[in-house]
Design a protein around this ligand. Structure first.
Ligand code: PLP
Length: 473
C-alpha cells in the first residue's frame, strides 16, 4: 500500500478532530485577544523544528492548537485593512473543494466545478445590476486588477506579440497600490500611470481627468484606460462612475473599476454605485465584503473576446476536445491562471445557505457600524474625524496633545498601544500626508457593543502613551 494512503476510519477521526477544534475556536473567538501576545522570535521558536522523516500520525494534529494560539484571530473586534472574518459555512465548502481537488483549467478537466463557477459569477453579476458580465475567480483584487489592465492594454496598445509600448492610464491619487504594481508588471511602467487629484471627498476630480487626457494627447502620448475606484482603500470613497464612464466613452478609453473593497456593497446600497455596469472590467473581492475565507477575488468583464485576446495562448495538451461550446470552454483562455482551485464552491455554498438577503443585511450592518463609530468620534473632544464616511471605512485621529510632540508620531504610538492592549484591532491610513487611525467594517461578527469599544480603547491607549512619555519625535 502506498504510504500516503489513509484508511476511512483514521481519516474520519482526523476530520472530526479538526471540526471539533474549529468549533471550539469559533466559540472562544469573542473572548480572544485581537492580537496574541507574541513576538517574531516567540512565534519562530514555537513553530521551529525540522520535518520528520517518519510520520507522527495523529499526533501531528496536536500542533494545530498551537498554530491557532499564535494566530491573529478573525475577531468580532477586528477592524483592520479591508478583510472579512471568514464565513464558516463557506469554510466547509473550501474543505470539500480541497477533498475534491478539481483543477478548474477547463470544463474538460472539471465539468461540475467549471459550470458552478460560471453560473455563480453570472448570478452575482446580475445581483450587482451588471447583467451580462462574465469573468473568473482569482487569488484577490490585486490579481484581478492586473488582469483587468492586461485586457485594457491588449485591447488598445497590444503587447503580447511584440512587447509593451507606451500608453497612459489614469487613476486618482487615492488608487490602491496594486494598480501601479500592475503597470510595472505589464511593462507599461509606473510613470505611465497619471494620478488625477481628488476632491474634498477623496473622489476623482473628473474635470482634472479630462484636462490630463487633453494634455497627454497634445504632448503626443497615448491615453488608453482609466481606473476608477469603487471604494478607495483609505476612505471608501466612490469615484463618480457615470461621469468617468462618459469621459471614457467620449475618448475611446477602457474603463476598469477597482471595486475590490467596495463594489460588492452594491448588493445592499445599489444607488451608491450608479455606473458600475458601464465598466469594461470590474475587480471584486468576495474575501472582503462577502465575508468569504481567503482567497476569493473576481474579475468581471464585458467582452469575452477581449479576455481571450489578452490571455489565450495554450499548448496542445490542454486544447479542448469537444465541439459543444460549453464543453469546449477553458478558463485559461480568459484568465492568467492555468491551475485554479474550486473557489466557487465556498461562495456558492455560503450564498445558498444564507441567501442573498442575509448578505445584504450584513453589509448594511457594516455601513451602520461605520456611522456609529463616526458618531462616537464626533462626540469625543479628543478625537477628530478626518474624512467623510462613504462606505465602511472610518479615518480619524487623536487631536494634537500639547507637549506630546509630533501628531503623526503620537497617533502612530497610539495605534501600537491599541494593538498591544489587544481588545480591538485597527490599522492606519495616510491622508494628505498625515497619519490616521482607520477602522474598516467588513466583519459579519461585529456587534454594536464591539463598535462601542473603539473610542474608549483609543482614548485609554492615548492616555498610556502620554503617561509613558512617548513618542519623542
Ligand atoms: C481598493 C482595493 N483594491 C485592491 C485591493 C487588493 O486586493 P487583494 O488584497 O485581494 O489583492 C485592495 C485591498 O485592500 C483594495 O482595498
Amino acid at each position: 500500500m502506498n504510504p500516503l494512503q489513509i484508511n476511512d476510519e483514521n481519516y474520519r477521526a482526523l476530520a472530526q478532530r479538526v471540526v471539533g477544534l474549529s468549533c471550539e475556536y469559533l466559540g472562544a473567538l469573542p473572548q480572544l485577544r485581537t492580537f496574541p501576545q507574541i513576538t517574531g522570535t516567540s512565534v519562530r521558536d514555537a513553530l521551529a523544528g525540522a520535518l520528520p522523516e517518519k510520520g507522527q500520525g495523529a499526533v501531528a494534529l496536536d500542533a494545530l492548537a498551537e498554530v491557532l494560539r499564535l494566530s491573529r484571530p478573525p475577531s468580532p473586534r477586528f477592524f483592520g485593512y479591508v478583510l472579512g472574518s471568514g464565513e464558516p459555512v463557506a469554510a466547509l465548502g473550501d474543505y470539500l473543494a480541497s477533498v475534491l481537488n478539481q483543477n478548474l483549467t477547463a470544463w474538460r478537466s472539471a465539468p461540475a466545478a467549471v459550470t458552478l463557477e460560471r453560473q455563480t459569477i453570472e448570478s452575482l453579476a446580475a445581483a450587482l445590476h451588471c447583467p451580462g458580465l462574465r469573468g473568473s475567480f482569482c487569488g484577490g483584487g490585486s490579481l484581478a486588477n492586473l488582469m483587468g489592465l492586461a485586457m485594457a492594454r491588449e485591447a488598445h496598445v497590444p503587447a503580447n506579440a511584440q512587447g509593451a509600448s507606451l500608453g497612459i492610464v489614469y487613476a486618482s491619487t487615492e488608487v490602491h497600490m496594486s494598480i501601479p504594481k500592475a503597470m510595472a508588471l505589464l511593462g507599461l511602467g509606473r510613470e505611465q500611470l497619471h494620478l488625477v487629484p481628488v476632491d474634498q471627498d477623496f473622489r476623482m476630480d473628473v474635470a482634472q481627468l479630462e484636462q490630463a487626457i487633453a494634455a497627454d494627447r497634445a504632448a503626443g502620448r497615448r491615453p488608453f484606460a482609466v481606473v476608477a475606484s469603487s471604494g478607495t482603500v483609505n476612505t471608501g470613497s466612490i469615484d463618480p462612475l457615470p461621469e468617468i464612464a462618459a469621459v471614457c466613452r467620449a475618448q475611446g478609453l477602457w474603463l476598469h473599476v477597482d471595486g475590490a473593497y467596495g463594489a460588492l456593497a452594491a448588493l445592499a446600497v445599489p444607488e451608491r454605485f450608479a455606473g458600475l455596469n458601464e465598466a469594461d472590467s470590474l475587480s471584486l473581492d468576495p474575501h472582503k465584503w462577502l465575508y468569504q475565507p481567503l482567497d476569493c477575488g473576481l474579475l468581471l468583464y464585458r467582452d469575452a473576446a477581449a479576455a481571450r485576446r489578452a490571455f489565450s495562448f495554450s499548448g496542445e495538451y490542454v486544447r479542448p476536445l469537444a465541439e459543444d461550446p460549453v464543453e469546449a470552454f477553458a478558463f485559461f483562455d480568459e484568465s492568467l491562471e492555468l491551475s485554479r482551485r474550486f473557489r466557487a464552491l465556498k461562495l456558492w455554498l455560503s450564498l445558498n445557505y444564507h441567501g442573498l438577503e442575509a448578505f445584504r443585511c450584513a453589509i448594511r450592518e457594516d455601513l451602520k457600524h461605520a456611522q456609529q463609530l463616526a458618531h462616537h468620534v464626533r462626540l469625543s473632544e479628543r478625537l477628530e474625524l478626518c474624512a467623510p464616511v462613504s462606505l465602511s471605512a472610518v479615518c480619524f485621529r487623536h487631536r494634537p496633545v500639547p507637549g506630546a510632540g509630533d501628531a503623526d508620531a503620537f497617533n502612530a504610538a497610539v495605534l501600537r498601544r491599541v494593538l498591544e492592549r489587544g481588545r480591538i484591532y485597527l490599522s492606519n491610513a495616510t491622508l494628505g500626508g498625515a497619519f490616521m487611525l482607520r477602522a474598516c467594517f467588513v466583519n459579519h461578527r461585529t456587534t454594536d457593543e464591539d463598535v462601542a469599544q473603539v473610542v474608549p480603547e483609543v482614548l485609554a491607549a492615548a492616555d498610556e502613551v502620554q503617561a509613558s512619555g512617548r513618542p519623542q519625535r
